[in-house]
Design a protein around this ligand. Sequence first.
Ligand SMILES: [Zn+2]
Length: 98
Amino acid sequence: MGDLTTNTEEAYYHCEQCGKPLFPGDKVQLDSEGIAFCEEHAATLSDLIAYWEPDLAEDEENAGWPEFFDDPEEVRAKIEEWKARLAAGGDVKLLQEV
Ligand SMILES: [Zn+2]
């Protein structure tokens, strides 16, 4: 854990969970809404599936997906994609470089 206060470079993102500033070259999980998580707090594929699969089963009014997806088919397609990646490459985190 570095001393974050001495880093004066401008952060591109901040981790949604811990507030850690994320700089170019850092590995982050970034969603389509621009919400970022640091490597430590990024969800694994099984976390994502475990989160969204029951959410998709909820009534649309109670579900969380309409905030992030346009329709249930999009969520279902994402879950299928994650399951395929999980089967092919194991339970990894979907990280990208800032
Ligand atoms: Zn974090």
